[in-house]
Write a protein that binds this ligand. Structure first.
Ligand code: ZN
Length: 370
């Protein structure tokens, strides 16, 4: 199992590129493409059917940097164990490694511009909310890293006091809102969606247009971590898809599925995929979804732990610390949230990942029976 989970971006990239040989067994004309982003690269393996281009299976990983390690493991396992079941004669495959290479390399969620890429695919920038922080002073403590961390426990307690006391300060509500909507006001803050389209988003949008243009049907699985029940997978789909959560669960044989309203969740890349389909290619079929491997869980306590973790990690990154315990503890907690070094979790990623892919491909008739 362990060979699927890499310890560095470089190791993950090398293993990914080496998958080309296996892909070629089924798609002799398969090739890799490398797209430079900053000082890293987005790498693509694409295999196209020799005959009619009916369907395309697209898998993307690492939109949220550090979350890409689990996605890379699932993709690697898929190519080795499951690719043989795909209907190669009519279905293409496209695997994209490290949409956010800098984040993956540095074990951060955001990219080199502190942008949460899944809040960057804004369809109408004019309509962005600029007044998320009605109570600026309160929200500033949540979103903006305010000074070097002198003492780990003190810093935690301070943030807790803003998150915990919903009566007066509403820090928890503000964080919950920002997690969904992104925030477009504090460039050094958490959940920042960016001022303009990031290079990674520009590249992925080109892929969305290209595949919709050339294929009748696209199934897109975008791998993430953290959200949803611990050690389980949750499918997350924009309401633009048109199906409700119950229908998704039944169709794909999943325990967990949820939909989101694109007016509450801004800048999501899968929603943008549907937007391109709806506006440019209305006769094409598309399923584009996030698949999340849960870590902390779904309780309020888990949400507070999650907010505390990302606020402290952001502050550590921008301001540093004088307390050596702080660096260790913050990084440990961040890893536990997005890439746990936990055998049970990693086994569940591989098991649930494989089952989910099989169910989705069968439901979409991309899986060869027998
Ligand atoms: Zn994510």
């Amino acid at each position: 199992m362990s060979h699927y989970f890499s310890k560095s971006y470089e190791e993950s990239r090398e293993k990914f590129l080496a998958l080309l040989d296996t892909v070629k067994q089924y798609y002799p004309s398969a090739r890799t493409m490398t797209h430079t982003i900053g000082d890293g690269t987005i790498d693509v393996i694409i295999g196209e059917p020799p005959g009619s281009r009916e369907a395309m299976l697209l898998m993307t990983i690492g939109e949220h940097g550090i979350e890409g390690y689990a996605g890379a493991a699932v993709t690697h396992q898929f190519v080795e164990e499951q690719l043989k079941h795909v209907r190669h004669e009519s279905t293409g495959v496209c695997f994209i490694h490290a949409v956010n290479p800098w984040g993956m390399k540095h074990f951060r969620r955001v990219n080199e511009h502190n942008v949460d890429l899944n809040r960057n695919y804004v369809i109408d920038r004019e309509s962005l909310p600029r007044n998320v922080n009605k109570e600026y002073e309160v929200m500033r403590h949540m979103f903006v890293p305010d000074g070097v961390i002198d003492d780990y426990h003190e810093a935690r307690e301070h943030i807790y006091s803003f998150l915990g006391s919903g009566i007066k300060l509403d820090g928890f509500d503000a964080m919950t809102a920002a997690k969904g909507m992104g925030q477009y006001q504090f460039p050094k803050g958490v959940y920042y969606g960016g001022e303009a389209d990031e290079p990674s988003a520009i590249f992925i949008k080109e892929v969305q247009y290209d595949l919709l243009d050339r294929y009748d049907r696209i199934v897109h699985m975008d791998w993430h971590t953290a959200l949803g029940p611990t050690n389980e997978v949750t499918m997350v789909v924009s309401e633009r898809d048109g199906r409700d959560a119950e229908t998704l669960k039944q169709t794909y044989g999943l325990k967990n599925a949820k939909t989101f309203d694109p007016s509450d969740v801004l800048g999501d890349s899968t929603n943008h995929f549907y937007y391109v389909r709806d506006t440019q290619f209305p006769d094409k079929q598309l399923v584009s979804a996030l698949f999340e491997f849960g870590t902390f869980g779904t309780s309020t306590k888990a949400s507070i732990r999650e907010f505390l973790t990302i606020i402290l990690e952001n502050r550590l990154y921008f301001e540093g610390t004088k307390d050596p315990t702080a660096r260790n503890e913050i990084q440990k907690e961040f890893m536990a949230m997005f890439y746990p070094d936990d055998a049970q979790w990693r086994e569940s990623v591989l098991r649930e990942g494989a089952t989910t892919i099989e169910h989705v491909l069968k439901a979409e008739s991309l899986w060869r029976e027998s």
